[in-house]
Design a protein around this ligand. Structure first.
Ligand SMILES: O=C(O)C(=O)C[C@]1(C(=O)O)C=C[C@@H](O)C=C1
Length: 361
């Protein structure tokens, strides 16, 4: 290919970019008008259901070669900028910056919004409860390590509801200053990340001490300050800090997915592919749990998860049960079932109904 053809093609791209920019600005001004109408109607700016429908339509229209993942990434930022023009939204997340939760928050809300990094999951709930942030992002479960206790404990007591979920594939990378395995004298990471790489560490770095840190980001900072330390974190986080990769994908199972919850007051309408999360408390007596589960079974409502946690109240050995159902609280069958449960048992709380997230990537 000659340099004159490159120049000609670049001229085509320049012309297209000017058109794309003009169209993007037109789109933004329509979106701003929608924002003004929503404000006067007292409606929330963020409409995840509408965003999903916009994306689904574009996926159908797309003849390529633009990959679906790129289309999604472009629109994530368009929506992010569009929402910012409509109204300032703040999103709190379990930080610090660079953690997998931050990645999940950016995956859902784009990069244009202001994010607040919180030191604990509890703090994220408080930020949303006190309306300092409109949304919060916290981890709920990992496909290898199971549930995140602090999130479940907060869901029991907090008034904050759940309006969405984000599922991301987690890939852990071992990194240090040199990128050499022989320099590793200690491995640091968040306890969940260490646990997810347990067998790999035992096989490849036997006898090397493991030290827990409050986050993967803190571990990466430690590795940056000390050549003996290797951190397990996301590759982006480590390499952004100047660390070198020793080995990628060291998690014991390659299919390692973490699900995050989006906290907020928004109540998304039914989409046909929803999940409802509830928590209930039962008496410690025969058949108490069965009587509730039977009501779902009788109606053919699928339960995708059941999890019990000690209540931590005045009575030891009392449990709260978290259940995820397929469907929306406004679907006739589910609302009838929940009403029947509530009639018999007042200790039931609907945490939220929201669209199920499909995992891309
Ligand atoms: O359609 C709307 O309700 C809009 O506000 C516009 C728009 C968009 O940019 O397409 C922006 C924010 C919402 O979350 C959904 C969609």
């Amino acid at each position: 290919m000659t340099s004159s053809t490159i120049d000609e093609l670049r001229a085509e791209i320049d012309a297209l970019d000017a058109t794309i920019l003009r169209l993007l600005n037109q789109r933004m001004s329509f979106s701003r008008q929608i924002g003004q109408s929503k404000n006067s109607l007292g409606q929330s700016v963020f409409d995840p259901d509408r965003e999903e429908r916009v994306l689904a339509r574009l996926r159908d229209l797309n003849d390529g070669p633009l990959p679906e993942i790129t289309l999604r990434a472009i629109y994530r930022e368009i929506f992010s900028g569009s929402r910012l023009l409509q109204e300032p939204i703040t999103v709190a997340f379990f930080g610090p910056a660079g953690t997998y939760t931050h990645e999940a928050a950016r995956e859902r809300f784009g990069r244009s919004l202001p994010f607040t990094a919180c030191e604990s999951i509890t703090e994220v709930f408080h930020e949303v409860a006190q309306a300092r942030a409109q949304f919060g992002v916290v981890p709920i479960e990992n496909s290898i390590e199971g549930s995140v206790s602090e999130t479940h404990d907060m869901l029991m007591t907090s008034t904050v509801g759940v309006c969405g979920e984000i599922a991301i594939r987690i890939s852990h990378t071992l990194m240090n200053l040199s990128g050499k395995m022989e320099d590793v004298k200690i491995v640091m990471s968040h306890p969940q990340a260490l646990a997810q790489c347990r067998s790999w560490l035992a096989r490849k770095l036997p006898g090397i001490p493991l030290q827990e840190t409050s986050s993967t980001a803190v571990a990466a900072e430690k590795a940056r300050a000390d050549s003996r330390v290797a951190a397990i974190a996301s590759e982006t986080l480590g390499t952004d800090l100047g660390l070198k990769v020793i080995r990628k994908g060291i998690q014991d199972r390659q299919e390692n997915i973490t699900r995050f919850l989006v906290l907020g007051t928004l109540k998304p309408p039914p989409t046909g592919k929803d999940r409802t999360s509830i928590v209930f408390w039962t008496e410690n007596e025969p058949g108490a749990l069965f009587r509730i589960l039977e009501k779902f079974s009788r109606r053919g409502i699928n339960l995708s998860r059941i999890e019990s946690r000690p209540e931590k109240g005045s009575m030891p050995w009392r449990y709260a049960f978290f259940v995820d159902l397929d469907g929306h609280r406004d679907d006739p069958q589910i609302s009838e079932c929940l009403a029947e449960i509530m009639k018999e048992n007042r200790l039931v709380k609907v945490i939220g109904s929201f669209p199920k997230q499909t995992l891309l990537q």
